[in-house]
Design a protein around this ligand. Structure first.
Ligand code: SF4
Length: 396
């Protein structure tokens, strides 16, 4: 294992789509300079995409996703489109590979319409351009290439860089909220649900960003928090806590010190904070018998007293004073329609790409289901949501 690699959720996810005869896999190999194993050529396993994390110059750390052919055996009709939709939800940019001799198939057109509907940046790569008499001029998001001859591959990569630049949001976890030399305290309980020997990804990423800014970072557990604050000459600018310790931490941190949680910071970084805050307010409106979906973005080993499956359902029933019916999903599972649920409560989604998290929120929006996240819901249930959002109001 290379300990210097970028986390998967921070890599650019590039999906290659197309008909089998378009030379999609050859183009993937030409772009990456290596042969990815082609599950899509093996009968019976055609619905599984092949994913590979790599450094792809000049793009940097990426995950290449070679998707099953739109016309593969075993993935018929709606299933193919359904599968493509699922994969689309996880990618940041899409490359649609089309046989330049045949032009766009109805499946290609359908997929292109989906890219546009989802505002997913895409390039149409017309492959086998060497077999054309003359190569037409490429439009903005089109390119003529030959995977066989290696022509147009660098230009395709340049176009990909262009898409990334367009898409690159200057989103920060908290770099716009604190400044150089500000003291920030992170409260990271090491309890039975914490992974052995390491901090979880949101904590690692937050520390990394604080180091980049030049802020002074203290990392403590709840028991050491008041001592740490007392030892400081000046008040800390901000305290960031694990959501589960919100209540205890808010009792320790005086009102003149800003307090928020990792989940709330990541709700803003990955998705849409206003939507999850609105979702948290809906907790009060739940009625007896309502269905609530609790969804986690990864399949980490569930510990006893797991926050998603045990603590949250208990807290939500107590807070709403209603008998509710809970469903759970984890990892890549997420319903394509959440209309049966009165509320979706999602984890911070640190292992999901920004696009994937936004896609889940979009599904909820289209289904008319409010969505909140763990940290925001917990802050609301503990009566400290307003306080944990103040850090954004005081942003200079
Ligand atoms: S993806 Fe969700 S459940 Fe998995 S570690 Fe991140 S916040 Fe926790």
């Amino acid at each position: 294992m290379n300990l210097n690699t970028a986390p998967s959720s921070e890599r650019l996810h590039i999906g290659f789509f197309g008909m089998r005869n378009a030379g999609k896999s050859s183009l993937v190999n030409a772009v990456t300079g290596q042969a990815l194993s082609l599950v899509s050529d093996v009968k019976g396993t055609t619905t599984d995409p092949v994913r590979k994390a790599m450094e792809l110059l000049p793009l940097g750390p990426v995950v290449i996703i070679d998707t099953p052919g739109l016309d593969d055996e075993g993935t018929l009709g709606e299933m193919r489109v359904e599968k493509a939709k699922q994969i689309l939800a996880t990618v940041d940019i899409a490359i649609l590979v089309v046989d330049a001799l045949k032009g766009m198939s109805p499946q290609d057109e359908e997929l292109k319409a989906l890219f546009e509907k989802r505002k997913l940046p895409y390039i149409i790569a017309f492959n086998k351009a060497d077999l054309l008499g003359s190569v037409p001029d490429s439009k903005k998001n089109e390119i003529y290439v030959s995977a066989q001859k290696g022509s147009g591959i660098n230009e395709l990569k340049e176009k990909m860089v262009g898409l990334v630049k367009d898409r690159k949001s200057e989103k920060k976890i908290l770099a716009d909220l604190v400044a150089k030399n500000d003291v920030v305290i992170l409260v990271t309980p090491i309890d039975e649900s914490a992974p052995k020997g390491r901090l979880i990804l949101p904590q690692q990423q937050t520390i990394r960003e604080l180091l980049e800014i030049g802020a002074v970072t203290l990392v403590v557990q709840v028991n050491e928090l008041s001592g740490a604050i007392l030892r400081l000459k000046d008040k800390p600018k901000l305290v960031i806590t694990d959501s589960q310790a919100f209540k205890e931490v808010s009792a320790i941190v005086s009102e003149d010190i800003m307090l928020t949680s990792f989940s709330i910071l990541f709700a803003r970084y990955k998705g849409d904070l206003a939507t999850v805050v609105d979702g948290a307010f809906r907790l009060k409106e739940l009625r007896d018998g309502d269905r609530v979906l609790i969804s986690e973005g990864c399949t980490h080993h569930r510990q006893c007293k797991d926050i998603g499956t045990v603590k949250l359902p208990g807290w939500i029933e107590k807070y709403s004073d209603k008998k509710l019916s809970f469903s759970f999903t984890s990892g890549g599972e997420f319903p394509s329609d959440t209309g049966d649920f009165a509320l979706v409560v999602h984890c911070g989604g640190c292992m999901l790409t920004e696009n994937e998290m936004k896609n889940r929120m979009e599904i909820c929006r289209l289904s008319g289901t409010p969505i909140t996240n763990y940290g925001t819901a917990i802050a609301e249930m503990h009566g400290i949501l307003k306080r944990s959002l103040e850090v954004f109001d005081k942003k200079e």
